[in-house]
Design a protein. Structure first.
Length: 654
């Protein structure tokens, strides 16, 4: 792979806007902080180069935002390896800095997880590991701490909204000795963040690490006492907002770090065989919650579910069910939670992952039948394919379309296996089915519901998952589903999914659909039943969206009127001047921002059908097409014009 800034952003940011900020390298804090946002194209490059020539360092937001609270997903974990100044705050010699860089490059090359990118800066290296979208805030912070300690990196460079220098631009702090920030290594690799975490030793420092002395100023030993270099008063135990909670929840660090082995060592579980999910739930709720949390006095606790200055919580056991319950008497809290909710809260995991962790801790195994062995084989095969073979070389079209969503497919495959019990819960193709709402999936993967719905729609369209039609559900399951919808006042019933075995037939179908997706000009963000019906066919829309099978697209008179208006206006403008633009159409159709967005979404859904019906196409304007259309435009935006004009422009000679 070529060592270019464009390729760097493709691997770290993907096909998304980038947030840039330019600092005054000579006089930090002076002259404002110019920003730029957009794709890394020539317009952005020109602006950044101009600012760099003014001695401004060029930085970008690694995870897309300038503020931690606005970060929606994590693109990468990173470290700043910086050869610091000497004890008198003088910069070290160039020879010493270069030796430091070479030493760190060797350490990075020896590390089991190859970095996605290594960038050389004036005094060190910036290192990135691209990660998939499943990483939680807790995992990001945990991974950063481990990377910093392992490589003895700058402990200040670890925030969710971290800004780092863009390769290809100059470090300008010394005008007579500028340094070009340069890409040293670029690898097309992306990781599940847990794979990186597990490749690193556990974080042990109680304080900041220095980078130039290869030691940590503050350490905490295994028994909670300070070593002779420690200046910290902290210990290994957890406390929330108050020193009085010190040493109460002794097992919390192990639970928080999901340390199964340490928890098993403490609890010494005997292990059990369960036949149903209900048996697992019942068994877990009857485990001594005080022992699990490492609590000595379960009757007087500072609540873990809220900041608690006075003890307001306790652990009780129900005489009827024998379940242990964590109870808080505070009027601001009032929780009555089981071991499952406590684990979710401490780890930050969702319910299914928390249950998996608890099953491992207590040695709970399901008694498998032939059907479950078959489902396990399917899960292992599918996950192996997603990990090792779904790449640019083996399935290029498929990878380009949904490579960033393999983490969602992996999780869906794991969910599917988690619900595999008997053949009774199978669709007509004999595949196990399971339920999960779009809302739950959106929350788990930190996406809005509309975006999550579109992604699930595309995965169904590709044939990598299947939405089970309600007529294939067992009668009692369908009856229960209808009753739940009735009680909640929901128009549509819950969606059930099944997942096929990813054999050559399934993968060939997925590749075929990925090509069709590109040829039809479809988009993930605008993907919907209506888009499919207008772009491909009603039968295809029914396959992907079986729950709304048979619905009339044109049932809304207002929608029909808007569709006709867009259709007629587009053709009128093309007939009059040869072309139009999205911006121009929106200006004619509305003058309010809210309506503009609504009409824009409608226009995107209609455009594929209009292209088929009227022989028009939306394309990027170029010099030849501009000359053919006699377009009076200063820039080169997307235009909508006749396909014949596009063909004619190809023969233009300047």
């Amino acid at each position: 792979m070529k060592l270019t800034t464009e390729n760097f952003f493709n691997l770290i940011i993907g096909n998304e806007h980038i947030n840039f900020r330019c600092f005054n390298d000579l006089h930090p804090g002076m002259g404002g902080l110019p920003k730029a946002q957009g794709y890394y194209n020539q317009q952005i490059i020109d602006k950044l180069e101009q600012l760099n020539q003014q001695n401004r360092g060029v930085f970008f937001a690694v995870n897309g935002s300038f503020n931690d609270v606005d970060v929606e997903k994590f693109n990468a974990v990173f470290i700043d390896l910086d050869c610091e100044k000497d004890e008198e705050n003088r910069r070290l010699s160039e020879q010493t800095i270069n030796q430091y860089k070479e030493k760190k490059l060797k350490e990075l090359n020896d590390f089991v997880k190859t970095p996605t990118a290594i960038i050389e800066t004036k005094n060190g290296l910036h290192v990135y590991w691209s990660i998939d979208e499943s990483a939680s805030t807790l995992e990001f912070e945990q991974c950063e701490k481990r990377l910093i300690e392992y490589f003895k990196a700058d402990p200040q460079v670890k925030s969710q909204s971290q800004l780092l220098r863009v390769p290809g631009y100059y470090w300008c702090k010394e005008t007579d000795n500028k340094f070009l920030v340069t890409l040293r290594q670029l690898e097309d690799v992306q990781y599940d963040i847990q794979d990186i975490i597990h490749a690193l030793p556990e974080y042990t420092s109680g304080g900041n690490c220095t980078t130039n002395k290869d030691l940590c100023n503050t350490k905490v030993s295994i028994d909670g006492t300070k070593d002779n270099k420690s200046s910290s008063n902290t210990d290994r135990y957890y406390y929330t907002g108050s020193r009085r909670q010190e040493k109460i929840y002794k097992n919390r660090p192990h639970i928080k770090n999901r340390d199964v082995q340490e928890m098993r060592k403490i609890l010494q579980p005997e292990g059990v065989i369960a036949h149903t999910h209900d048996q697992v739930w019942k068994y877990l709720k009857q485990q001594d919650l005080a022992t699990f949390l490492g609590v000595d006095n379960p009757q007087r606790l500072h609540c873990i579910f809220h900041d608690d200055s006075n003890p307001s919580a306790g652990i009780i056991q129900s005489p009827d069910t024998e379940n242990f319950v964590y109870v808080c008497q505070s009027s601001n809290c009032g929780v009555r939670n089981s071991i499952i909710e406590a684990t979710k809260h401490i780890t930050g995991m969702n319910e299914s992952d928390s249950l998996r962790f608890l099953r491992q801790v207590y040695g709970i195994q399901y008694a498998k039948n032939t059907f479950q062995y078959k489902e396990e084989e399917k899960k292992d095969h599918n996950l192996d394919l997603l990990r090792s073979r779904l790449n640019k070389e083996t399935y290029p079209e498929l990878y380009k379309l949904m490579g960033r969503y393999t983490v969602i497919l992996k999780q869906l495959n794991k969910m599917n296996y988690g619900f595999a019990t008997t053949e009774y819960f199978c669709d007509k193709k004999g595949e196990n089915f399971f339920f999960n709402s779009i809302g739950n999936l959106a929350e788990e993967f930190k996406k809005d519901r509309k975006n999550m719905s579109s992604i699930i729609g595309v995965l169904t369209y590709l044939g990598l998952i299947r939405k089970v039609p309600h007529e294939e559900l067992p009668k009692d399951v369908l009856a229960a589903t209808k009753e739940i919808a009735r009680k909640k006042g929901q128009k549509y019933y819950a969606t059930y999914f099944s997942i096929p075995y990813y054999d050559s037939e399934v993968m060939d179908f997925a590749v075929k659909k990925a090509r069709e997706f590109k040829e039809k000009g479809l988009s993930i963000r605008a993907f919907s039943r209506e888009l499919l019906e207008r772009s491909i066919s009603k039968a295809e829309a029914d396959r992907v969206y079986p729950q709304t099978k048979g619905e009339d697209l044109e049932k809304s008179a207002e929608r029909r009127e808007l569709n006709n208006k867009i259709d007629q206006l587009t053709l009128h403008l093309i007939d009059v001047k040869g072309y139009t633009t999205i911006h121009e159409l929106l200006d004619f159709l509305t003058d309010t921002k809210r309506e503009r967005n609504r009409i824009y979404q409608r226009l995107k859904k209609l455009l594929p059908e209009m292209e088929e019906k009227h022989g028009i196409k939306k394309v990027r304007l170029n010099k030849k097409l501009k000359l053919t259309l006699d377009a009076d435009l200063e820039t080169y935006p997307d235009v909508i014009c006749r396909k014949s004009a596009i063909e004619e422009s190809k023969n233009k000679i300047f």
